[in-house]
Design a protein around this ligand. Structure first.
Ligand code: PHE
Length: 487
Protein backbone atom coordinates (compact mmCIF):
# COMPACT_ATOMS: atom_id res chain seq x y z
CA UNK A 1 0.00 0.00 0.00
CA UNK A 2 2.62 2.46 -1.06
CA UNK A 3 0.12 5.17 -1.76
CA UNK A 4 -1.43 5.23 1.68
CA UNK A 5 1.86 6.31 3.25
CA UNK A 6 1.61 9.61 1.46
CA UNK A 7 -1.63 11.55 1.64
CA UNK A 8 -3.46 11.39 -1.65
CA UNK A 9 -3.79 14.41 -3.92
CA UNK A 10 -7.03 16.34 -3.44
CA UNK A 11 -8.97 18.72 -5.60
CA UNK A 12 -7.61 22.18 -5.03
CA UNK A 13 -10.69 24.35 -5.34
CA UNK A 14 -14.10 24.07 -3.77
CA UNK A 15 -15.55 23.35 -7.17
CA UNK A 16 -12.82 21.00 -8.31
CA UNK A 17 -14.72 17.77 -7.92
CA UNK A 18 -18.03 19.22 -9.09
CA UNK A 19 -16.52 20.57 -12.29
CA UNK A 20 -14.43 17.50 -13.02
CA UNK A 21 -17.27 15.05 -12.33
CA UNK A 22 -19.75 17.13 -14.32
CA UNK A 23 -17.14 17.38 -17.08
CA UNK A 24 -16.88 13.61 -17.06
CA UNK A 25 -20.64 13.14 -17.10
CA UNK A 26 -21.36 15.75 -19.76
CA UNK A 27 -20.04 14.49 -23.04
CA UNK A 28 -20.93 12.94 -26.34
CA UNK A 29 -23.55 11.02 -24.40
CA UNK A 30 -25.47 14.20 -23.69
CA UNK A 31 -25.05 16.09 -26.91
CA UNK A 32 -24.74 13.38 -29.52
CA UNK A 33 -26.54 10.39 -28.09
CA UNK A 34 -29.29 11.74 -25.85
CA UNK A 35 -30.96 13.87 -28.55
CA UNK A 36 -30.93 11.10 -31.12
CA UNK A 37 -32.22 8.37 -28.84
CA UNK A 38 -34.90 10.76 -27.61
CA UNK A 39 -35.76 11.31 -31.25
CA UNK A 40 -35.86 7.58 -31.93
CA UNK A 41 -37.93 6.67 -28.89
CA UNK A 42 -40.50 9.35 -29.36
CA UNK A 43 -39.68 12.36 -27.18
CA UNK A 44 -41.41 13.28 -23.92
CA UNK A 45 -42.28 9.83 -22.62
CA UNK A 46 -38.71 8.69 -23.10
CA UNK A 47 -37.41 11.79 -21.34
CA UNK A 48 -39.59 11.01 -18.33
CA UNK A 49 -38.39 7.42 -18.06
CA UNK A 50 -34.83 8.58 -18.49
CA UNK A 51 -35.21 11.04 -15.60
CA UNK A 52 -36.60 8.26 -13.42
CA UNK A 53 -33.59 6.08 -14.26
CA UNK A 54 -31.12 8.86 -13.50
CA UNK A 55 -32.58 9.51 -10.08
CA UNK A 56 -33.65 6.01 -9.02
CA UNK A 57 -30.61 4.10 -10.28
CA UNK A 58 -27.93 6.56 -11.34
CA UNK A 59 -27.77 8.74 -8.25
CA UNK A 60 -27.55 5.92 -5.68
CA UNK A 61 -24.90 4.13 -7.74
CA UNK A 62 -22.89 7.33 -8.15
CA UNK A 63 -23.01 8.05 -4.42
CA UNK A 64 -21.78 4.55 -3.75
CA UNK A 65 -18.89 4.93 -6.17
CA UNK A 66 -17.76 8.23 -4.71
CA UNK A 67 -17.99 6.76 -1.22
CA UNK A 68 -15.82 3.81 -2.30
CA UNK A 69 -13.25 6.14 -3.81
CA UNK A 70 -13.00 8.46 -0.85
CA UNK A 71 -13.08 5.68 1.72
CA UNK A 72 -10.49 3.57 -0.11
CA UNK A 73 -8.24 6.45 -1.28
CA UNK A 74 -7.14 4.87 -4.51
CA UNK A 75 -7.91 3.61 -8.01
CA UNK A 76 -11.00 1.36 -8.27
CA UNK A 77 -8.92 -1.78 -7.74
CA UNK A 78 -7.11 -0.53 -4.64
CA UNK A 79 -10.01 1.42 -3.15
CA UNK A 80 -12.47 -1.46 -3.36
CA UNK A 81 -9.91 -3.90 -1.97
CA UNK A 82 -9.18 -1.67 1.01
CA UNK A 83 -12.82 -1.04 1.79
CA UNK A 84 -13.82 -4.72 1.62
CA UNK A 85 -10.78 -5.76 3.64
CA UNK A 86 -11.69 -3.26 6.32
CA UNK A 87 -15.04 -5.06 6.58
CA UNK A 88 -13.22 -8.38 6.77
CA UNK A 89 -14.37 -9.56 3.33
CA UNK A 90 -12.47 -11.17 0.50
CA UNK A 91 -10.12 -9.19 -1.74
CA UNK A 92 -11.74 -11.00 -4.67
CA UNK A 93 -14.36 -8.24 -4.71
CA UNK A 94 -11.73 -5.95 -6.18
CA UNK A 95 -12.46 -7.74 -9.46
CA UNK A 96 -15.25 -5.17 -9.78
CA UNK A 97 -12.52 -2.53 -9.75
CA UNK A 98 -10.51 -4.34 -12.43
CA UNK A 99 -13.54 -4.55 -14.64
CA UNK A 100 -14.34 -0.86 -14.13
CA UNK A 101 -10.79 0.12 -15.05
CA UNK A 102 -10.88 -2.01 -18.17
CA UNK A 103 -14.33 -0.68 -19.03
CA UNK A 104 -13.16 2.95 -18.88
CA UNK A 105 -10.24 2.10 -21.12
CA UNK A 106 -12.41 0.25 -23.63
CA UNK A 107 -14.94 3.08 -23.80
CA UNK A 108 -12.15 5.53 -24.43
CA UNK A 109 -10.89 3.38 -27.30
CA UNK A 110 -14.02 4.04 -29.32
CA UNK A 111 -14.92 7.38 -27.75
CA UNK A 112 -11.84 9.01 -29.29
CA UNK A 113 -13.15 8.03 -32.73
CA UNK A 114 -16.50 9.76 -32.19
CA UNK A 115 -14.74 12.72 -30.57
CA UNK A 116 -12.54 12.75 -33.68
CA UNK A 117 -15.66 13.20 -35.81
CA UNK A 118 -16.48 16.24 -33.75
CA UNK A 119 -13.00 17.76 -34.13
CA UNK A 120 -13.03 17.08 -37.87
CA UNK A 121 -16.42 18.77 -38.24
CA UNK A 122 -15.15 21.72 -36.25
CA UNK A 123 -12.35 21.94 -38.77
CA UNK A 124 -14.75 21.66 -41.70
CA UNK A 125 -16.89 24.43 -40.26
CA UNK A 126 -13.87 26.64 -39.69
CA UNK A 127 -12.88 26.05 -43.28
CA UNK A 128 -16.16 27.57 -44.39
CA UNK A 129 -18.84 24.96 -43.83
CA UNK A 130 -19.95 21.91 -45.73
CA UNK A 131 -21.15 21.78 -49.27
CA UNK A 132 -24.40 19.97 -49.81
CA UNK A 133 -28.08 20.62 -50.00
CA UNK A 134 -29.70 17.39 -48.89
CA UNK A 135 -29.34 14.81 -46.14
CA UNK A 136 -27.93 12.47 -48.79
CA UNK A 137 -25.22 14.99 -49.61
CA UNK A 138 -24.41 15.25 -45.92
CA UNK A 139 -24.33 11.48 -45.59
CA UNK A 140 -21.81 11.48 -48.43
CA UNK A 141 -19.64 14.03 -46.59
CA UNK A 142 -19.84 11.92 -43.44
CA UNK A 143 -19.01 8.79 -45.42
CA UNK A 144 -16.02 10.41 -47.12
CA UNK A 145 -14.73 11.61 -43.76
CA UNK A 146 -14.79 8.04 -42.50
CA UNK A 147 -13.56 6.30 -45.63
CA UNK A 148 -10.01 7.55 -45.47
CA UNK A 149 -8.17 5.90 -42.56
CA UNK A 150 -5.45 8.54 -42.61
CA UNK A 151 -7.95 11.31 -42.23
CA UNK A 152 -10.04 9.62 -39.56
CA UNK A 153 -6.92 8.34 -37.81
CA UNK A 154 -5.48 11.83 -37.72
CA UNK A 155 -8.46 13.14 -35.77
CA UNK A 156 -8.71 10.26 -33.31
CA UNK A 157 -4.95 10.47 -32.75
CA UNK A 158 -5.31 14.16 -32.00
CA UNK A 159 -7.97 13.42 -29.38
CA UNK A 160 -5.77 10.73 -27.84
CA UNK A 161 -2.84 13.14 -27.67
CA UNK A 162 -4.84 15.95 -26.10
CA UNK A 163 -6.34 13.56 -23.54
CA UNK A 164 -2.95 12.22 -22.51
CA UNK A 165 -1.43 15.68 -22.44
CA UNK A 166 -4.02 16.89 -19.94
CA UNK A 167 -3.98 13.77 -17.79
CA UNK A 168 -0.17 13.67 -17.79
CA UNK A 169 -0.06 17.08 -16.14
CA UNK A 170 -1.77 15.78 -13.04
CA UNK A 171 -5.03 15.98 -11.15
CA UNK A 172 -4.77 19.64 -10.21
CA UNK A 173 -2.61 21.08 -12.96
CA UNK A 174 -4.10 19.04 -15.77
CA UNK A 175 -7.63 17.84 -15.06
CA UNK A 176 -8.82 20.50 -12.63
CA UNK A 177 -7.32 23.41 -14.54
CA UNK A 178 -8.71 22.33 -17.89
CA UNK A 179 -12.24 21.67 -16.67
CA UNK A 180 -12.29 24.97 -14.80
CA UNK A 181 -12.42 26.88 -18.09
CA UNK A 182 -13.87 24.29 -20.45
CA UNK A 183 -17.01 23.66 -18.42
CA UNK A 184 -18.10 27.30 -18.07
CA UNK A 185 -17.17 27.81 -21.73
CA UNK A 186 -19.34 24.91 -22.72
CA UNK A 187 -22.36 26.21 -20.84
CA UNK A 188 -21.98 29.68 -22.36
CA UNK A 189 -21.83 28.23 -25.88
CA UNK A 190 -24.84 26.05 -25.20
CA UNK A 191 -26.86 29.05 -24.00
CA UNK A 192 -25.91 31.01 -27.14
CA UNK A 193 -26.95 28.06 -29.30
CA UNK A 194 -30.31 27.81 -27.54
CA UNK A 195 -30.76 31.53 -28.21
CA UNK A 196 -30.12 30.82 -31.88
CA UNK A 197 -32.67 28.01 -31.72
CA UNK A 198 -35.28 30.33 -30.21
CA UNK A 199 -35.15 32.53 -33.27
CA UNK A 200 -35.03 29.69 -35.75
CA UNK A 201 -38.78 29.24 -35.83
CA UNK A 202 -38.77 25.68 -34.52
CA UNK A 203 -38.46 26.31 -30.82
CA UNK A 204 -42.08 25.66 -29.90
CA UNK A 205 -42.06 22.38 -31.78
CA UNK A 206 -38.86 21.35 -30.00
CA UNK A 207 -40.25 22.15 -26.56
CA UNK A 208 -43.41 20.20 -27.15
CA UNK A 209 -41.41 17.32 -28.62
CA UNK A 210 -39.16 17.10 -25.58
CA UNK A 211 -41.67 17.77 -22.85
CA UNK A 212 -45.07 16.55 -23.92
CA UNK A 213 -45.74 13.24 -22.30
CA UNK A 214 -47.25 10.73 -24.64
CA UNK A 215 -47.53 7.42 -22.81
CA UNK A 216 -48.42 5.56 -25.97
CA UNK A 217 -44.92 5.99 -27.32
CA UNK A 218 -43.28 4.23 -24.36
CA UNK A 219 -41.74 0.98 -25.46
CA UNK A 220 -39.78 -1.60 -23.53
CA UNK A 221 -36.86 -0.88 -25.78
CA UNK A 222 -37.08 2.78 -24.86
CA UNK A 223 -37.08 1.88 -21.18
CA UNK A 224 -33.98 -0.23 -21.57
CA UNK A 225 -32.22 2.36 -23.66
CA UNK A 226 -33.00 4.93 -20.98
CA UNK A 227 -31.55 2.75 -18.25
CA UNK A 228 -28.40 1.91 -20.21
CA UNK A 229 -27.92 5.52 -21.12
CA UNK A 230 -28.27 6.60 -17.49
CA UNK A 231 -25.15 4.56 -16.69
CA UNK A 232 -23.21 5.87 -19.63
CA UNK A 233 -24.10 9.51 -19.23
CA UNK A 234 -23.25 9.55 -15.52
CA UNK A 235 -19.91 7.83 -16.25
CA UNK A 236 -20.75 4.98 -13.88
CA UNK A 237 -19.02 1.63 -13.51
CA UNK A 238 -16.05 2.75 -15.54
CA UNK A 239 -13.70 3.89 -12.81
CA UNK A 240 -14.08 7.56 -13.67
CA UNK A 241 -16.32 8.74 -10.85
CA UNK A 242 -14.79 6.42 -8.27
CA UNK A 243 -11.28 7.69 -9.00
CA UNK A 244 -12.37 11.33 -9.02
CA UNK A 245 -14.10 10.59 -5.70
CA UNK A 246 -10.80 9.42 -4.25
CA UNK A 247 -9.54 13.02 -4.55
CA UNK A 248 -12.59 14.43 -2.80
CA UNK A 249 -11.81 16.14 0.54
CA UNK A 250 -13.29 14.48 3.60
CA UNK A 251 -15.62 17.31 4.53
CA UNK A 252 -17.54 17.44 1.24
CA UNK A 253 -21.07 16.05 1.20
CA UNK A 254 -21.32 13.11 -1.17
CA UNK A 255 -25.10 13.20 -1.38
CA UNK A 256 -25.36 16.85 -2.26
CA UNK A 257 -22.50 16.75 -4.74
CA UNK A 258 -23.93 13.72 -6.50
CA UNK A 259 -27.36 15.25 -6.88
CA UNK A 260 -25.77 18.44 -8.26
CA UNK A 261 -23.75 16.47 -10.83
CA UNK A 262 -26.79 14.45 -11.88
CA UNK A 263 -28.93 17.56 -12.20
CA UNK A 264 -26.24 19.41 -14.16
CA UNK A 265 -25.82 16.43 -16.49
CA UNK A 266 -29.55 16.20 -17.08
CA UNK A 267 -29.93 19.93 -17.61
CA UNK A 268 -27.14 19.91 -20.20
CA UNK A 269 -28.73 16.97 -22.03
CA UNK A 270 -32.07 18.78 -22.16
CA UNK A 271 -30.35 22.01 -23.18
CA UNK A 272 -28.59 20.16 -25.99
CA UNK A 273 -32.03 18.98 -27.09
CA UNK A 274 -33.28 22.57 -26.99
CA UNK A 275 -30.33 23.68 -29.09
CA UNK A 276 -30.58 20.92 -31.69
CA UNK A 277 -34.28 20.17 -32.22
CA UNK A 278 -35.44 23.73 -33.03
CA UNK A 279 -32.95 23.83 -35.89
CA UNK A 280 -34.06 20.39 -37.03
CA UNK A 281 -37.78 21.26 -36.90
CA UNK A 282 -37.31 24.70 -38.45
CA UNK A 283 -35.89 22.96 -41.49
CA UNK A 284 -38.60 20.34 -41.62
CA UNK A 285 -36.29 17.44 -40.81
CA UNK A 286 -36.90 14.18 -39.04
CA UNK A 287 -35.91 14.11 -35.33
CA UNK A 288 -35.59 10.33 -35.41
CA UNK A 289 -32.65 10.34 -37.81
CA UNK A 290 -30.44 8.23 -35.52
CA UNK A 291 -26.69 8.54 -34.89
CA UNK A 292 -26.30 10.84 -37.89
CA UNK A 293 -28.56 13.49 -36.35
CA UNK A 294 -25.84 15.95 -35.40
CA UNK A 295 -23.38 15.02 -38.14
CA UNK A 296 -25.82 15.07 -41.04
CA UNK A 297 -29.16 16.74 -40.28
CA UNK A 298 -27.75 19.46 -38.07
CA UNK A 299 -24.94 20.67 -40.37
CA UNK A 300 -27.43 20.71 -43.22
CA UNK A 301 -29.82 22.80 -41.18
CA UNK A 302 -27.00 25.19 -40.26
CA UNK A 303 -26.12 25.49 -43.94
CA UNK A 304 -29.59 26.76 -44.67
CA UNK A 305 -29.60 29.49 -42.03
CA UNK A 306 -28.15 32.96 -41.77
CA UNK A 307 -24.95 32.88 -39.69
CA UNK A 308 -25.30 29.11 -39.74
CA UNK A 309 -21.61 28.45 -40.22
CA UNK A 310 -20.72 30.58 -37.22
CA UNK A 311 -23.16 28.65 -35.05
CA UNK A 312 -21.89 25.44 -36.56
CA UNK A 313 -18.39 26.34 -35.40
CA UNK A 314 -19.71 27.09 -31.93
CA UNK A 315 -21.62 23.81 -31.84
CA UNK A 316 -18.70 21.58 -32.78
CA UNK A 317 -16.31 23.48 -30.55
CA UNK A 318 -18.68 22.87 -27.66
CA UNK A 319 -19.04 19.20 -28.57
CA UNK A 320 -15.27 18.73 -28.82
CA UNK A 321 -14.69 20.28 -25.42
CA UNK A 322 -17.44 18.20 -23.86
CA UNK A 323 -15.80 15.10 -25.32
CA UNK A 324 -12.37 16.01 -23.94
CA UNK A 325 -13.56 16.63 -20.39
CA UNK A 326 -15.05 13.13 -20.53
CA UNK A 327 -12.17 11.33 -22.20
CA UNK A 328 -9.70 12.48 -19.54
CA UNK A 329 -11.86 10.90 -16.86
CA UNK A 330 -11.99 7.51 -18.59
CA UNK A 331 -8.27 6.97 -18.34
CA UNK A 332 -7.68 8.49 -14.91
CA UNK A 333 -8.37 5.20 -13.11
CA UNK A 334 -5.64 3.44 -15.10
CA UNK A 335 -3.15 6.27 -14.61
CA UNK A 336 -3.84 6.41 -10.89
CA UNK A 337 -3.41 2.64 -10.58
CA UNK A 338 -0.12 2.70 -12.48
CA UNK A 339 1.29 5.58 -10.40
CA UNK A 340 0.23 4.06 -7.08
CA UNK A 341 1.32 0.51 -7.76
CA UNK A 342 4.13 0.59 -10.26
CA UNK A 343 6.07 3.53 -8.95
CA UNK A 344 6.14 5.32 -12.29
CA UNK A 345 5.70 9.03 -12.80
CA UNK A 346 2.44 10.46 -14.04
CA UNK A 347 3.76 11.65 -17.40
CA UNK A 348 5.37 8.24 -18.04
CA UNK A 349 2.15 6.46 -17.07
CA UNK A 350 0.16 8.72 -19.39
CA UNK A 351 2.36 8.30 -22.42
CA UNK A 352 2.67 4.55 -21.90
CA UNK A 353 -1.09 4.21 -21.58
CA UNK A 354 -1.51 6.56 -24.52
CA UNK A 355 0.46 4.28 -26.81
CA UNK A 356 -1.62 1.22 -25.92
CA UNK A 357 -4.76 3.28 -26.27
CA UNK A 358 -3.67 4.56 -29.65
CA UNK A 359 -3.15 1.01 -30.93
CA UNK A 360 -6.58 -0.17 -29.80
CA UNK A 361 -8.40 2.96 -30.88
CA UNK A 362 -6.77 2.69 -34.29
CA UNK A 363 -8.38 -0.72 -34.65
CA UNK A 364 -11.71 0.86 -33.67
CA UNK A 365 -11.15 3.66 -36.17
CA UNK A 366 -10.46 1.11 -38.93
CA UNK A 367 -13.96 -0.30 -38.38
CA UNK A 368 -15.17 2.61 -40.50
CA UNK A 369 -12.97 1.89 -43.48
CA UNK A 370 -10.35 -0.82 -44.03
CA UNK A 371 -11.65 -3.01 -41.23
CA UNK A 372 -15.36 -2.69 -41.92
CA UNK A 373 -15.39 -6.32 -42.95
CA UNK A 374 -13.50 -7.58 -39.92
CA UNK A 375 -16.58 -8.71 -38.11
CA UNK A 376 -17.42 -11.33 -35.57
CA UNK A 377 -21.02 -12.28 -35.05
CA UNK A 378 -22.07 -9.41 -37.30
CA UNK A 379 -20.27 -6.76 -35.26
CA UNK A 380 -17.08 -4.96 -36.14
CA UNK A 381 -14.45 -4.01 -33.58
CA UNK A 382 -15.99 -0.61 -32.80
CA UNK A 383 -19.41 -2.18 -32.28
CA UNK A 384 -17.95 -4.83 -29.99
CA UNK A 385 -16.32 -2.25 -27.75
CA UNK A 386 -19.58 -0.34 -27.51
CA UNK A 387 -21.70 -3.46 -27.02
CA UNK A 388 -19.50 -5.10 -24.39
CA UNK A 389 -19.11 -1.97 -22.31
CA UNK A 390 -22.62 -0.57 -22.41
CA UNK A 391 -24.60 -3.80 -22.44
CA UNK A 392 -22.47 -5.91 -20.12
CA UNK A 393 -19.62 -4.34 -18.24
CA UNK A 394 -21.40 -1.20 -17.03
CA UNK A 395 -24.55 -2.94 -15.77
CA UNK A 396 -22.54 -5.80 -14.28
CA UNK A 397 -20.13 -3.40 -12.57
CA UNK A 398 -23.04 -1.32 -11.28
CA UNK A 399 -24.75 -4.43 -9.95
CA UNK A 400 -21.57 -5.58 -8.20
CA UNK A 401 -21.09 -2.15 -6.64
CA UNK A 402 -24.58 -1.90 -5.19
CA UNK A 403 -24.67 -5.50 -3.98
CA UNK A 404 -21.33 -4.95 -2.31
CA UNK A 405 -22.46 -1.75 -0.63
CA UNK A 406 -25.97 -2.93 0.21
CA UNK A 407 -25.36 -6.43 1.47
CA UNK A 408 -21.72 -7.29 1.93
CA UNK A 409 -19.96 -4.44 3.70
CA UNK A 410 -20.38 -3.78 7.39
CA UNK A 411 -23.40 -1.58 7.64
CA UNK A 412 -21.66 1.30 9.39
CA UNK A 413 -19.03 1.69 6.64
CA UNK A 414 -21.12 3.76 4.27
CA UNK A 415 -23.35 5.21 6.95
CA UNK A 416 -20.20 6.90 8.14
CA UNK A 417 -18.72 7.74 4.75
CA UNK A 418 -21.91 9.18 3.31
CA UNK A 419 -22.65 11.09 6.50
CA UNK A 420 -26.39 11.20 5.79
CA UNK A 421 -29.23 11.84 8.21
CA UNK A 422 -31.23 8.67 9.05
CA UNK A 423 -33.99 9.25 6.51
CA UNK A 424 -31.87 9.98 3.43
CA UNK A 425 -29.62 7.12 4.50
CA UNK A 426 -32.57 4.71 4.61
CA UNK A 427 -33.61 5.96 1.19
CA UNK A 428 -30.13 5.38 -0.22
CA UNK A 429 -30.04 1.90 1.30
CA UNK A 430 -33.42 0.97 -0.17
CA UNK A 431 -32.32 2.17 -3.59
CA UNK A 432 -29.01 0.37 -3.43
CA UNK A 433 -30.50 -2.87 -2.16
CA UNK A 434 -33.64 -3.17 -4.26
CA UNK A 435 -34.39 -0.49 -6.79
CA UNK A 436 -31.01 -0.25 -8.50
CA UNK A 437 -30.37 -4.02 -8.67
CA UNK A 438 -33.84 -4.63 -10.09
CA UNK A 439 -33.31 -1.97 -12.73
CA UNK A 440 -29.98 -3.47 -13.68
CA UNK A 441 -31.32 -7.01 -13.84
CA UNK A 442 -33.93 -5.77 -16.30
CA UNK A 443 -31.13 -4.64 -18.62
CA UNK A 444 -29.53 -8.04 -18.39
CA UNK A 445 -32.67 -9.94 -19.11
CA UNK A 446 -33.06 -7.80 -22.19
CA UNK A 447 -29.44 -8.29 -23.25
CA UNK A 448 -29.95 -12.04 -23.05
CA UNK A 449 -32.97 -11.63 -25.29
CA UNK A 450 -35.19 -13.55 -22.89
CA UNK A 451 -37.79 -10.93 -22.28
CA UNK A 452 -39.74 -9.93 -25.34
CA UNK A 453 -42.91 -8.45 -23.91
CA UNK A 454 -43.46 -4.70 -23.85
CA UNK A 455 -43.05 -3.15 -20.44
CA UNK A 456 -45.32 -0.29 -21.26
CA UNK A 457 -48.53 -1.85 -20.03
CA UNK A 458 -46.89 -3.70 -17.16
CA UNK A 459 -45.98 -0.96 -14.74
CA UNK A 460 -48.23 -2.25 -11.94
CA UNK A 461 -46.58 -5.65 -12.17
CA UNK A 462 -43.12 -4.20 -12.05
CA UNK A 463 -44.07 -2.18 -9.02
CA UNK A 464 -45.58 -5.20 -7.30
CA UNK A 465 -42.42 -7.23 -7.99
CA UNK A 466 -40.35 -4.42 -6.56
CA UNK A 467 -42.36 -4.27 -3.34
CA UNK A 468 -42.35 -8.06 -3.00
CA UNK A 469 -38.59 -8.16 -3.52
CA UNK A 470 -38.04 -5.49 -0.92
CA UNK A 471 -40.20 -7.29 1.63
CA UNK A 472 -38.58 -10.64 0.90
CA UNK A 473 -35.14 -9.11 0.89
CA UNK A 474 -35.66 -7.48 4.24
CA UNK A 475 -36.81 -10.75 5.79
CA UNK A 476 -33.97 -12.72 4.34
CA UNK A 477 -31.29 -10.10 4.46
CA UNK A 478 -29.51 -11.09 7.68
CA UNK A 479 -29.12 -14.56 6.23
CA UNK A 480 -28.31 -13.25 2.79
CA UNK A 481 -25.62 -11.05 4.20
CA UNK A 482 -24.28 -13.94 6.22
CA UNK A 483 -24.11 -16.04 3.06
CA UNK A 484 -22.35 -13.39 1.03
CA UNK A 485 -19.91 -12.64 3.81
CA UNK A 486 -18.56 -16.13 3.84
CA UNK A 487 -17.60 -15.91 0.17
N1 PHE B 1 -20.51 10.38 -19.49
C1 PHE B 1 -19.81 10.51 -20.72
C2 PHE B 1 -20.76 11.02 -21.79
O1 PHE B 1 -21.91 11.22 -21.54
C3 PHE B 1 -19.19 9.21 -21.16
C4 PHE B 1 -18.37 8.53 -20.14
C5 PHE B 1 -18.53 7.20 -19.89
C6 PHE B 1 -17.36 9.21 -19.44
C7 PHE B 1 -17.75 6.53 -18.96
C8 PHE B 1 -16.57 8.56 -18.51
C9 PHE B 1 -16.76 7.23 -18.28
O2 PHE B 1 -20.37 11.21 -22.90
Amino acid sequence: MASSEQPRTQWLGRWGFMLAATGSAVGLGNIWKFPYITGEFGGGAFVLVYLACIFAVGVPVMMTEIAFGRRGQGSPVDAIRRVVNASGRSSAWSLIGWMAMLCGFMILSFYVVVAGWSFSYLWKMLAGGLSGSSVDDMAAVFGANNANPLNLGFWSTLVTLLTMLIVGKGVQEGIEKSVSWMMPGLVIMLVILIGFGMFSGGFGAAVSFLFSFNAGSLSSEGLLAALGHAFFTLSLASGAILTYGSYLPKGASIGRTTVSVAVADTVVALMAGLAIFPVIFANGMNPGEGPGLIFMSLPLAFQAMPLGTLFGILFFLMLSMAALTSSISMVEATISWLCDNKGISRPAASWGTGIVLWLISTLAMLSFNLGAEWTLGGKNFFDWLDYLTSRWMMPLGGLGTVVLAGFVLKSDTFREELGLAPLPYALWLTMVRYVSPLGIVVIFVDALGVYQVSFAGHWPWLLAILVAMAALGETLSPRLRQALRTT
